[in-house]
Write a protein that binds this ligand. Sequence first.
Ligand code: ISE
Length: 335
Amino acid sequence: MTVRIGLIGAGGMGRAHVERITKELAGGTIVAVADINIEGARAVAGPLGAKAYGSGPELIADPDVDAVLIATFGKVHAPDVIAAVEAGKYVLCEKPLATTGEDCRQIMEAEQKAGKQLVTVGFMRRFDKGYNEMRDLLNSGDLGYATLVHNRHRNPSVPENYTTRNMIDDTAIHEIDTCRYLLGEEITSVRVDTPRATSHRFPHLQDPLVMMARTESGVLIDDEVNVNIQFGYSIECELVMEAGTVRLSDQEHSVIRDSAGNRNAICTSHIDRFHDAFNQEVQQWIRAVERGEHTGSTAWDGYAATVVVDAAIESLENGGTEVEVDMIDKPGFYA
Ligand code: ISE
């Protein structure tokens, strides 16, 4: 069976998913594209012979759409995710699942009402080879348990409409999820510090930020979020255990050697850096939809990351005080 996918969001991320589904992956076809800018939807849908819609609900209601891929901005995700769940359709929603814990709760309620896990959150780093090797090493117990995780999340630049809140709910949310994934435990408190701001930012932005978080067992996580670093897209993670450390290797594929010395090529975006992880994520989702199964991170993972975001924003607004994460008990449905 070929899974007939409807894409909501015809921006850069949506177009990157279209490229991979049509050129690199098997088992899926894009049959419809929706965007509030219908011309944008038409531009992507036209060459594919797909239908174009001006809204998510119209696409979700289309009987020719088996499963929905959402690649719009985080703050508009919730209504489309809920509509897809209510229509009984599998949905792969780009991160964040939603931008408030309350919206994520409503998604979980809709899913529990549907009686079936239908929502996968696009935390693509869970499919990255490096993170999985780090996780396997921790789980082997060879180097003891984890005590610290050091992260650096650097983007070359961000557009003017990107806000300080996005530093947490759109950017640091990746480390919130990867640390939950690596450590297998929840984050219980968080604090956000504001170093001297870079002159390369738009004036409204507080950049960089440092997020400090603590987990149930006491592991301390730090995350430098630095989104106007100019030189490239650079993700670092080092996990400290009792008897050794492990860190992500240089992710780039080529090493340049010339009169300037030896160096790696630098990625310029997440689409480039996590190309293989995105491919794995979307391929596994298509295969699971074919079988009528859920795969990847759940709505609970989306919720658990977003309540940490809520606490981090509160910390930021309160001058960097430590804020406890307010999290409901995990419903048995997600056990
Ligand atoms: C973007 O949405 C991503 O997901 C990238 O991985 C991240 O580096 C960037 O800061 C976000 O805006």
